[in-house]
Design a binder for this molecule. Sequence first.
Ligand code: FO1
Length: 328
Amino acid sequence: MKNITVLAGGVGGARFTRGLLAHLARTDPGAAVTVVVNTGDDMWLDGLRICPDLDTVMYTLGGGINEEQGWGRPDESRRAAAEISAYGRGWSWFTLGDLDLATHIVRTDLLRSGSTLSEVTEFLCRRWKPGARLLPMSDQPVETHVRLARDVDEHRAGELMHFEEWWVRYRAGIPVTEFVQVGLADAVAAPGVVEAIERADLVILPPSNPVVSVGTITAVPGIRSALSSTDARVVGVSPIIGGAAVRGMADACLHTIGVETSASAVGLHYGARAAGGLLDAWLVDETDATALPALAAAGIRAAAVPLWMRDDASTAAMAAAAISLARA
Ligand code: FO1
């Protein structure tokens, strides 16, 4: 198992990858991990380029994450954000901490100097040393927006709203009719992404949001075809346990695209590679063991193991389960 590629969004994908690296350090120290990270949550805010999932993965693997929040830095302060609000600027409901701002300032500085997002990510990782190669899914902006089903505050029904406003300001609590990836038509996979999938010995879809993270990454031109042509096994880990999203409001996203919030529904939504889908195998939690026959019938090899990421040991065990399922 020399090369493992993970397609990750924010918190769930970052924590899973941390467990994977811990497992590999013990069992397969020569293995190299590449994380292809969702950039659909990215935005321009206060003149700065914010990349929530890239930062969550980088901070989590680099030891700089606010563990309770799953995003941002620990021991944060909000002095600059308070001043920005005093000017009536920015998003008062979206916390840009003082330490976190340094990352956005350095990233924006490099982007304005002509660096690509891939180059910026590589530069930032020289400091954080995540122990894996981080690649943005694309160097072109592909921003997830939601289309509003009704008027809310200053927004009108039918309009697009940036996903982060829907997610953070409204906690995904207002009805939307669809997700729109603004910029997708002009985007291509970032350098190294297709190769990282095609040359992998194993590709893992971690328990990230199946719609706005895994769905966004696999919509980038070139990525889905790489997943169908790679010789690697593709193993997914359910982000839904016992009919509820483990984290975040994934159920609001699944509802919007008409997929039931269950481990089997998400696995079937991803589909079997043999039938043109994404998966060779799918890990569900023990409470969802009843889903195994339906998944097998759809051509997806499945196993039921504990999927609660309580600590590093349990997350490492999940990674071990994904690897052994791929080898089965
Ligand atoms: N999430 C929140 O719920 N509230 C916030 O104020 C917030 C600020 C924030 C700032 C930088 C950053 O990188 C992430 C931030 N997030 C915040 C998390 C973000 O919404 C999520 O990490 C992803 O976009 C969804 O996985």
